[in-house]
Design a protein around this ligand. Structure first.
Ligand code: ZN
Length: 222
């Protein structure tokens, strides 16, 4: 049975990430039988609002398969209208109990926004919209005196978590009702580990993040 509560869903994601980190993925729900089983309907247990970075493929890093994750990705995991509408669809129509904002170290979108703020310029074309969406997090980091890029990225993840409920009354209502939890995770590209850096509600019971794993045995890493 797929998870039905925010706590179960988070535990399932963390277990999958642990398998990925340690090099023993199970690749669940990726076979032809499951493909046929989910063709008539989907019940994803988590929404992932992630950065588009090619190294951040949700089903791989959380070791899941077809029908498990409802994934919305933009460069810099922004929270514009189409993203909000997609998240609202999953949470209200599909009944998904967990929303994860997934950012990562060395994020190019955050670096581009940082450069734009520093120089007072904006990239040409629609890339400017990405920079504009990330810029408030840069300003917040500046006010807090934070200069380390990874710490700025953590702030941007938290900012996106907060933006989801601030901009979506539908999501805020589901969170208030206890039907949905929103968690921000920071992913490390080299280690493969996703750690929790923000959550709403703040009191939501979450499974502690396991200690960093020992280096994976190359023989098991397939
Ligand atoms: Zn990124």
């Amino acid at each position: 049975m797929p998870p039905t509560t925010p706590e179960q869903a988070l535990a399932e994601l963390q277990a999958g990430n642990r398998r990925f980190v340690t090099g023993v993925p199970r690749h669940p729900n990726q076979d032809a039988g499951h493909r046929a089983a989910v063709a008539d309907g989907q019940h994803p247990f988590a929404v992932i609002v992630g950065c588009s970075d090619s190294r951040l493929a949700a089903e791989i890093i959380f070791d899941r398969g077809l029908g498990d994750l409802f994934v919305v990705r933009t460069a810099g995991h922004t929270a514009g209208p189409e993203v909000l509408g997609s998240v609202e669809y999953a949470v209200t129509v599909l009944g998904t109990p967990l929303v994860v904002v997934l950012g990562h170290d060395s994020c190019g979108a955050v670096q581009a926004a940082r450069e734009a703020v520093r120089t007072g310029t904006s990239p040409a074309g629609h890339l400017g919209a990405v920079v504009d969406a990330v810029a408030p997090s840069l300003l917040r980091a500046g006010r807090d005196g934070v200069e380390d890029l990874d710490a700025i990225i953590d702030i941007h993840i938290a900012q996106t978590v907060e933006a989801l409920v601030a901009r979506s009354a539908v999501l805020a209502e589901r969170v208030d009702a206890g039907a949905c939890t929103i968690v921000g995770m920071a992913y490390r590209l080299s280690a493969g580990e996703a750690r929790i850096v923000a959550q709403i509600p703040a009191t939501a019971p979450v499974t502690p993040v396991p200690a960093p794993a020992a280096p994976a045995d190359p023989a098991l890493a397939g």
